[in-house]
Design a protein around this ligand. Structure first.
Ligand SMILES: O=C(O)CCC(=O)C(=O)O
Length: 354
């Protein structure tokens, strides 16, 4: 069915032909994420055989504001924000299928197979000494769970069950993850949050494998992604399946983003035994300070660069896949040259806005 001015019919297009029945509107709001603004005339059509009267309207569909002012205020108070159903089940499934293809084709030389860890000492040993990690900022590379490789780097379990994370440039080099990172609703959210020149600095796919998905110890993202001034880094964390307390959802200390950072991970001077080192130390947080944030598939958690957060070992039988990326407000901000992650001539940090 086509009405005047509706040639461009389709989701995400400028012009939409919309059914005004309450059922259709509910469907549109939940599936297309659009708020309908009525413009132009209305045309009543009666389709024989249908018990309802369909009203068709042509005009523009304005994107629904992805976040309210109240939610933005909550984000500033807590240092995190949960936006349920930000992505559709189809979008999550397309990311999962794409990752399945990437892992099926994965080739990692045995000497580059390093276990990913967030424990400081292991981090220094495994990541700090590994060029494979240090040069992964502009590549799609694979990191493994602890205990899944023998001493020669052979897999002890099927390789697709052994991957801990894939990083750090899916947003730049993979079409599916690139499209999600720069999707209109993410850009709109950036604008609502007041970001003027956001650039994407890194992205990761985290598997949190059933039974072995390791804990992520309490940390602030600015420890690893330092800027001058602070407060310019924001994480987007997208649940590709339900994240629960059993399979390792995120935990936060509300309001912990306002006191600066406890430690920094910096590139070590040349000649040092590891390639990175820590300056300062993470305090011993009281577990009682953390609150869990379970979230359903498709939900998005915004993470302030200085908020303290963690996730626990996944001892359940379900995986907990997420896609996450970090942006920096580049306006008036200096990216620390001491950060492990650096923009390269091949991949300068791309603008979030396209
Ligand atoms: O997904 C996780 O378990 C941890 C992720 C995280 O801490 C981060 O992206 O900063």
């Amino acid at each position: 069915m086509s009405l005047p001015g509706t040639k461009n019919w389709g989701w995400g297009q400028k012009s939409l032909e919309l059914c005004k029945s309450p059922t259709a509107q509910r469907w549109l709001l939940s599936h297309a994420g659009t708020r309908i603004t009525w413009r132009g005339g209305e045309s009543a059509l009666h389709s024989p055989g249908h018990s309802v009267r369909w009203w068709w309207v042509w005009g523009a569909a304005a994107p629904m504001a992805p976040v309210t002012q109240h939610q933005i205020q909550k984000f500033h108070e807590d240092g995190f924000l949960v936006l349920e159903r930000f992505f559709s089940a189809e979008e999550c499934d397309s990311m999962r299928s794409q990752m399945q293809r990437i892992v099926a084709e994965m080739e990692v030389p045995p000497h580059c197979r390093t276990a990913f860890s967030t424990k400081e000492e292991e981090q220094l040993q495994a990541q700090g000494s590994s060029d494979y990690f240090l040069t992964s900022g502009d590549k799609i590379r694979f990191f493994f769970e602890k205990g899944v490789l023998d001493e020669k780097g052979n897999f002890l379990i099927p390789k697709e069950k052994s991957v801990s994370k894939v990083g750090h440039a899916l947003h730049a080099y993979d079409p599916v993850f690139k499209q999600i990172t720069h999707s209109p609703k993410v850009q709109e959210l950036g604008r609502e949050l007041g970001l003027e020149r956001p650039v994407v600095v890194q992205s990761m796919y985290i598997f949190k494998q059933p039974g072995i998905g390791g804990e992520v110890t309490p940390h602030q993202d600015a420890t690893f992604l330092h800027t001058e001034p602070l407060g310019r880094v924001l994480g987007f964390w997208i649940a590709l399946e339900d994240a629960t307390q059993e399979n390792g959802c995120l935990w936060f200390i509300p309001g912990s983003h306002t006191n600066g950072i406890a430690r920094r991970m910096v590139r070590a001077a040349s000649g040092a035994s590891t390639c990175v080192e820590f300056v300062g130390s993470e305090p011993a947080y009281d577990d009682k300070q953390f609150i869990p944030l379970p979230i359903s598939k498709g939900g998005l958690i915004l993470i302030h660069g200085e908020v303290v957060h963690k996730s626990e070992l996944n001892s359940s039988e379900s995986s907990r896949h997420v896609f996450t990326f970090h942006v920096m407000e580049a306006k008036g901000t200096t990216w620390s040259k001491e950060n492990w992650l650096q923009p390269t001539p091949e991949l300068p940090f791309p603008s979030l806005y396209t």
